[in-house]
Design a protein around this ligand. Structure first.
Ligand code: MN
Length: 411
């Protein structure tokens, strides 16, 4: 029988059944605090007494719990599952619940460093075809290396934070010279973010990397395609992806996702031993992208699945550490855009509109090639269980107009 909670809202249609128990930081008017989502409620970890060191929850971030290590992660999850499912705890625990309605969510952890990968083969093929032509679509190293670039932790914001359209250097194929101004091709990337919960120094195996991953969030890697196409050679994206990266507010633990393990696609090329993974490294998580233009209802423009990735987070982490790069508690690893094989399963507007040539219908007689000012973009993810699903809560952001260009930046 499916495990149920005495929190009734956790047993209906919710992202947060007792099988999930994701970790976030909320503010219900008393300042930011660590909390656990259950149905439409949040368990205030600074109020409830579960027998753990209060210091673990004394700052508004889950980094201390991550630092405490996998044995504590398992104990904490077991205890939370017990007190939220066993009716006999109701009287003691219910007073520590706070309604989710109306709370302000903060970043769930201090992001130590942020790296973004490029592990979706359909995405890499689509973008490569547009940027370099079909013959050179997949770079020669792509099937051997989980390709990534070092991003900026300072750019990571929580769902709901508005994002200003970036300014940047732009040069179209027919322009003689670049100019500086607002991006005209501002885009999203639908990704999963892996949260690294243990540090490393030196080589780690994929199995060890697996043990280091605390959980996952949805991640939107906002991307200015016009800035990107001019700047990206030879060192990869830079300012095109430095404006903002939005993550969903709840860390869904690796433990909660364990029942949804899924195999990666077959390899075309032998994988080097340090990147080999035993068992399924991905998860079956249904993902979608929706868009709402100002004042309108949202329209889903893409549906895909995390299974479409080629490299797992553990393989990415093992590769990241392989040079001796020290990994830190709170590192965030973006998966790369997750596109499926069909047109309606593409995880970016660049792909959905095929570089702007085939605008996407968004309802109300409107269409989009790229994001317009005051559009809201929403990512969602759900892993379907037997009688419940494990969800992430929405990852949203509204794009505001670019900051006005000061006189000294004008030509
Ligand atoms: Mn990306």
């Amino acid at each position: 029988m499916t495990l149920a909670s005495w929190v009734e809202s956790a047993n209906g249609d919710t992202d947060f059944p007792v099988q999930n128990l994701p970790y976030g930081v909320f503010d219900a008017g008393l300042g930011p605090r660590c909390g656990v989502a259950i149905g439409d409620q949040i368990l205030d970890m600074t109020e409830v007494e579960l027998g753990f060191e209060p210091e673990l929850f004394s700052e508004p971030a889950w980094n201390r719990v991550m630092e405490a290590g996998p044995a504590l992660w398992a104990d904490l999850r077991a205890k939370l599952t017990e007190v939220l499912s066993d009716e006999s705890y109701r009287e003691r625990v219910a007073p520590c619940l706070v309604p989710q309605q109306g709370v302000k969510m903060h970043l769930p952890f201090r992001v130590a460093e942020y790296t973004d990968f490029y592990a979706g083969k359909h995405h890499a093929t689509n973008v490569g075809t547009m940027f370099r032509g079909a013959e050179n679509a997949l770079p020669p190293n792509w099937l051997s290396i989980p390709i990534g670039y070092n991003g900026r932790a300072s750019s990571v914001v929580v769902s709901g934070t508005p994002v200003h359209r970036p300014l940047g250097q732009l040069k179209g194929p027919d322009d003689d010279l670049p100019r500086f101004g607002p991006s005209q091709r501002f885009d999203i990337e639908l990704e999963m973010g892996a949260v690294v919960g243990q540090p490393s120094s030196g080589l780690v195996s994929v199995a060890q990397a697996e043990e280091m991953i605390f959980g996952y969030v949805l991640l939107n890697d906002w991307s200015a395609r016009d800035i990107q196409s001019w700047e990206y050679q030879p060192l990869g994206p830079f300012q095109a992806k430095a404006t903002a990266t939005t993550i969903s507010p709840w860390i869904v633990t690796a433990a909660a996702l364990e029942p949804f393990r899924a195999e990666a696609p077959p390899r075309e090329r032998p994988v080097l031993p340090y990147l080999r993974q035993e068992g399924p490294g991905l998860y079956d998580i249904a993902l979608e992208v929706a868009i709402a233009s100002a004042g309108r209802d949202e329209t889903v423009i893409a549906r895909t699945n995390m299974r479409e990735l080629y490299w797992s987070a553990a393989q990415q982490l093992a590769h990241h550490a392989s040079s001796g790069c020290p990994m830190r508690v709170g590192d965030l690893l973006g998966s790369g855009t997750i596109s499926g094989p069909t047109r309606d399963s593409r995880g970016s507007l660049l792909e959905l509109s095929w570089g702007g040539k085939e605008p996407v219908e968004i309802g109300g007689g409107q269409s989009r090639s790229f994001i317009e000012d005051n559009d809201t973009l929403i990512l969602r993810g759900q892993a379907q269980g037997d009688g419940y699903w494990v969800g992430f809560g929405p990852c949203t952001g509204t794009v505001l107009p670019a900051a006005p260009l000061p006189d000294w930046a004008k030509e």
